[in-house]
Structure formats: C-alpha cells, structure tokens
Design a protein around this ligand. Sequence first.
Ligand code: 0GY
Length: 294
Amino acid sequence: MTAVTNLPYDPSPKRPDIKLPAGSCDAHCHVFGPAAKFPFAPERTYTPVDAPKEKLFALHRLLGIDRSVLVQASCHGTDNSAMLDAIAASGGKYRGIAMVGRDVGEAELEKLHEGGVRGVRFNFVSHLGKDADIDAVRAIVEKIRPLGWHTVVHFDANRLETLAPVLKSLPVTMVIDHMGRVDASQGTDQPAFQMLLDLMEDKRFWVKVCGSERISRAGPPFHDAVPFARMLVERFTDRVLWGTDWPHPNIKKDMPDDGALVDLLPLIAPEEHSMQALLVDNPARLYWPGLKRS
Ligand code: 0GY
C-alpha cells in the first residue's frame, strides 16, 4: 500500500463558545513526529503532517482541556516513543494507549505502564492496512490483564457483525472508537448502529462519541452525527468518552475546526450531569482511578 500524504490540521481553530467543566479530558488525540525526531513507520499507509506535542498542548489550552489520552496511531506502528515523550512532558495529565506486537514482553509492558500507558489499540480498518490478527489480540489481552489495562478497538462499521462475537469473548474492558464508524446518512435504525447499541448492553464495553466528522456525510458542522452520539450518551452515560481526534489523520475534506467540535458537545450531552460524566468522571475512572475531584 502506498502511503498517502495527509492534509494539514486547522492551524487556527476558534476558541469554543462554551466553557468546559474543570478537569475535562480529550480522550482521543495523537502526536505525530516530528518526523526528524520520531520517524514514521516504513509500513504505514499514510504520512501525516508533523503534529508535535507543543502544538497539542497549545490546542488543549485554547479549548479548556485539562487532561488527555494520546492514542498510538498506525503511522508510528509499534514505536510508541513520540507518544511517551508527550506524556512525559505533561506532568501526569496525559495517559496513553499503545500499539504493541504479539511478542511484547512483560518488561516492555511495565515500562509502558510507567510511561503512562493504560491500554492497547487494535485496528480493523481497511484504509489502515491489515486487520489485527485475532490470535495475536487474544495473546496480547492475556499479557495486559495483570496490569489492569483495557483495549481500544477501532473498526469499520461493516466489520462489526464478524467482530462482535470475538470481542464479546475477550475478558477485558473494551473501548470502541468513533461510534463504530457508522455512516450517519443511514440513520440510527441501521443494522450496524443497532449492533453497536446491543454490544454496549454488555458492561465491559465503552464507546467514544467522537468522530462526528468521520461518520458525517452532510459535512460541517456535522450535525447529522449528533443523534448517534446523543443516543449513546443518553443510554450509556457512565461508559462514554469524547476526544478531538486532533490532528485528524486521513480526513480527506472538510478538516474540522477543533473549537467547533467542542461546540457540538452541548448537543451531544445536553444535561450538566451527562457532560460531567462524558468529559470528566468517565475518563478519570478509566485513566486516573483514585484521582480526587478538584
Ligand atoms: C483515528 C483515525 C484514523 C487513523 C488511525 O491508527 C491510525 O492511523 O487511527 C483514521 O484514519 O481514520 O482514530 O485517528
């Protein structure tokens, strides 16, 4: 697969119209490179623009984000060093989700844990290359269980039917990325979204209600994605997370303004308690257990 070059992220997002609750967490974003210091993986399917930690920190300040979870993206493969470098500079305010190989050892996992990692990610997304190998997934899950980690699963909606029984058989907490990447134009009655709702009845599953810009077919301001996110927040208030997905890898057009994505939140979580759960309490429970509320 040839590595396609990504579009740049919005260099000057708006300051959001809303003020986020204290302790708000961006539970899905990335750092990429800089390539000169942290080279991209040779087997990658795309080349992102450099998105270094300093730019992410500045974005979080602008948006009113206090904490964050960095998610290892496929363009860096299983080399988690750019992510670990950013977490180390965050003073305990950032955590990470790593990608690891099947043969990962205990010592490496412990090092990642000390570096702030609390889970591993598996991709089942056509444009990101080969799906994660299910036997490897099972082997890795066994290795991370003693650390109390969870898995993050990222899949195309059309994989859900085959994946659901596999995921249900894994003895671990699982966080689903980007609302299962359903196609918003197909409505909330579509089989894939109904399958996702069904899966969420199992309390081991969590879901990220970000990716409005990925599931939207109407384009900015991505309001066609809101009913999906809102339904998930209403039904599973204590198992939802949200993130910016900055710097938005593989967005082909309509690069989102991150401030405008924040302004979707009152539509997604209209009540104070659901906003608090989505942005503060849920990520704290999963990533900073024992943290006292300020
Ligand atoms: C995301 C989405 C994408 C990329 C990756 O691992 C990745 O490279 O996750 C995508 O292309 O949709 O979550 O950032």
